[in-house]
Design a protein around this ligand. Structure first.
Ligand code: PLP
Length: 380
């Protein structure tokens, strides 16, 4: 058995999505900017996909822009709002994905903004009173806070953060990559100027994502070139990718409640099995709390042992794919800035197990058994 529990890094492509994409690779291959029939077919499909995404998020198609993924969407929201609106200050947290953190740090280094970090506790819970304090002192601010943390699974209260931003007239961007397709987003209710999605996190293809940009906030493009994406992103569109993204989001919304139940059950099962088998185990952040974390992520902290350093490698030998840190460092066992920021003991082993609709109870039992055996071999 080979078990894939690294779905927060990337999910397998859904066959239904693949089937929706193939005609746009083989048959309708025209350039969507061309005026002939081949081009018009591709253009019509892109606009249909845009309407699908917009309707699922309860917003207007004119506010959806397709990108090459979550990273580009984050870069566009952050860089372009700061530059176009002349913002001089940004607030984020040290627990953000590098797509946000590094983007803001580059702008800080270039002297374009000053950057403040929200306080958080040892479980990664953000201090929203601190957010208010910072906003009261700094007008013209961009706030960038993710919806769910990709390593810990912590859910942040973006409704509350959005309301605070509105009260202080701040621009609010939320990296929603880990919740898109897993939770419902209603943009009529959420006070966010920018949110993002990445298809490969919800059984769509890699290399395609989108940015929701509030029509009230006019920003310049990140990528200059042709007039694609209504002048917001130059470059010939990834037609099949866009079709796949919309199809994957449609399926995710269609099956969401059922998948939520299925995946939550797998997470609870692994948590419970590990707790009974392994002395000294704990869970990072809010990962073990069902209503405060992603149902797709369980961040496990294992007692100090001689196998800590080789943990992911050992799992891989047992045909288990999981991650030790952020998606982008998957498998590399590179130090995690998130775990470091919440002060996790570096001697402990940390594994992020992340689930999808394709995982089974049998796989979870296999993983629990193998991990139990690995630790039993280690003298207490
Ligand atoms: N933001 C978060 C929270 C993520 O987990 C990821 C992917 O790991 C990204 C952004 C980057 O998305 P993409 O891989 O589409 O560039």
């Amino acid at each position: 058995m080979r078990v894939y529990l690294d779905n927060a890094a990337s999910t397998p492509l859904d066959k239904e999505v693949f089937d929706a994409m193939t005609p746009y690779l083989l048959e309708f291959f025209g350039n969507p900017s061309s005026i002939h029939a081949h081009g018009r077919e591709a253009r019509a499909a892109i606009e249909k996909a845009r309407r699908t995404v917009a309707s699922l998020l309860n917003t207007s198609p004119s506010e959806i822009f397709f990108t090459s993924g979550g990273t580009e969407a984050d870069n566009t929201a952050i860089g372009c709002s700061i530059r176009t609106l002349g913002l001089k200050h940004a607030i984020t947290s040290r627990l953000e994905h590098h797509a946000v953190l590094h983007t803001l740090q580059v702008l800080e280094k270039a002297g374009e903004i000053s950057l403040s970090y929200l306080r958080h506790d040892e479980r990664g819970v953000l201090d929203l009173e601190h957010l208010e304090e910072l906003l009261a002192k700094n007008p013209q601010t961009l706030v960038s806070v993710m919806h769910a943390n990709n390593e810990l699974g912590n859910l942040n209260d973006i409704e509350a953060i959005g309301s605070i931003c509105k009260k202080y007239n701040a621009i609010f961007h939320s990296d929603t990559v880990q919740t898109m397709g897993h939770f419902r987003h209603d943009l009529q209710k959420l006070d966010a100027n920018f949110i993002v999605g990445s298809a490969h996190k919800f059984h769509g293809p890699k290399g395609v994502g989108f940015l929701y940009a509030d029509a009230g906030v006019k920003v310049q493009p990140l990528i200059h070139g042709g007039a694609q994406e209504r002048n917001m992103r130059g470059g010939t569109e990834n037609v099949a990718g866009i079709i796949g993204l919309a199809k994957a989001l449609e399926i995710a919304y269609r099956d969401m409640e059922e998948q939520h139940r299925h995946i939550q059950n797998l997470k609870d099962r692994l948590k419970q099995k590990l707790q009974t088998q392994l002395a000294g185990i704990s869970f990072n952040g809010l990962s073990a709390e069902a209503d405060k974390s992603l149902y797709t992520v369980l961040s496990v902290s294992l007692p100090p042992s001689e196998i800590t350093e080789m943990l992911l490698f050992n799992l891989d030998i047992h045909k288990i794919s999981a991650s030790g840190g952020s998606a982008c460092a998957s498998g590399a066992n590179a130090g995690s800035h998130v775990l470091e920021a919440i002060g996790i003991d570096p001697e402990r082993g940390n594994i992020r197990f992340s689930f999808s609709k394709y995982n089974t109870e049998e796989e979870v039992d296999y993983v629990a058994e193998k991990l139990g055996l690995l630790y039993k071999k280690v003298p207490a």
